[in-house]
Design a protein around this ligand. Sequence first.
Ligand SMILES: Nc1ncnc2c1ncn2[C@@H]1O[C@H](COP(=O)(O)OP(=O)(O)OP(=O)(O)O)[C@@H](O)[C@H]1O
Ligand SMILES: [Mg+2]
Length: 377
Amino acid sequence: MLVLQLRELFLKKYRNYIDLELSFHPKLNLIVGPNAQGKTNILESIFLSCTGRSHRTPRDRELIQWGSEQAFIRARVEKQTGTSEIAIRLHAREKKKVLINQSPAARLGELMGHLNSVLFSPDDLKLIKEGPSERRRFMDMELSQIRPRYFYYLQQYNRILNHRNNLLKEIQKKPSLTSTLPVWNQQLAEAGSFIILQRMHFISSLQTIAQEIHSKITHGSETLTLEYKSSIPCNSGNIEKIRDNFLKILKARQDEDIESGLTGKGCHRDDIVFQINGMDVRTFGSQGQKRTTVLSLKLSELEFMFKETGEYPLLLLDDAMSELDTGRQEMLMEYIGKVQTFITLTDMNHLPVLKDRSKRVYRIYSGNAVLDESLSF
Ligand SMILES: Nc1ncnc2c1ncn2[C@@H]1O[C@H](COP(=O)(O)OP(=O)(O)OP(=O)(O)O)[C@@H](O)[C@H]1O
Ligand SMILES: [Mg+2]
């Protein structure tokens, strides 16, 4: 028995849906249709019900149907403790309203306790393909959610870094100011060593789960490793040592930093390295390997949330399967059997592994969804 289930979803004037009512299968839901018909819009509205935000845009206005003033989203959720209802009203000129069981929520954070989800979207491939700042953003977002102190230190760090960089530029014009640098170095190393240590722990526990999942999906043929790669020596895992190394490096690079007016080393330069069987995925990985790596990472997030809340979140897979071979698809489906899953795809025939499974299939056509009775059972 799955503990958390999205039973029904109602959309009014949301994106290209005028008035939509869907009821879902407890395990597997397929949302099938050609491009630009509204498949992702459905996943987006589910994600919105979980977090209060869209994963595609920070501007709620874009979610409201063109020519309308308001949009409504209502989700009926069933869990061990009973049913609950989440309702969101978006308005073109007013603040959005979130109601949980008919009572207004003071903060969006309250939604987290009612409905959680993990979403995979094609955009997540950026995590592998793009530069280190994407990967730092990933760590910072995850860690800030689970550790409020991390968020505090991160803000501190960025503030100090900014000050230090401004000071470096001033020193270029007025060298006597150099004597004020050590105070900033000390503070930067203080906050920075905390951040580095937290990120190292996070990546190492994520790797334990992700490695196991990745190995399952690839029938044991690929070993995924994640490594936190810092510009500050940190293998000791000891915060005082990391802080001392940080200080040493800032001192040693002082002239270079002054010349460039920038702090060249520190956790704002760090990265995560993904390897498969010892090979750098970013440089040498195939499309399918990159996709599998991100999926393994997302699925480890699922396990994380389970650990934190005792409940598996919903799994939303937007166009996740298209570059995976049948073997990988099969293993992925086997793995996700324990959570309620929503998958978008353009053609049922692309996923032969889903044919015989108990599921519900919705056909999407320009803002209309029709239950495909012949495939739903
Ligand atoms: N605010 C809005 N009002 C009305 N229609 C909108 C709005 N925002 C987006 N759309 C329409 O929604 C459609 C896109 O929906 P969606 O992104 O869900 O497509 P999709 O089925 O996931 O396509 P693909 O297979 O290409 O990913 C487009 O036709 C777009 O014009
Ligand atoms: Mg889409």
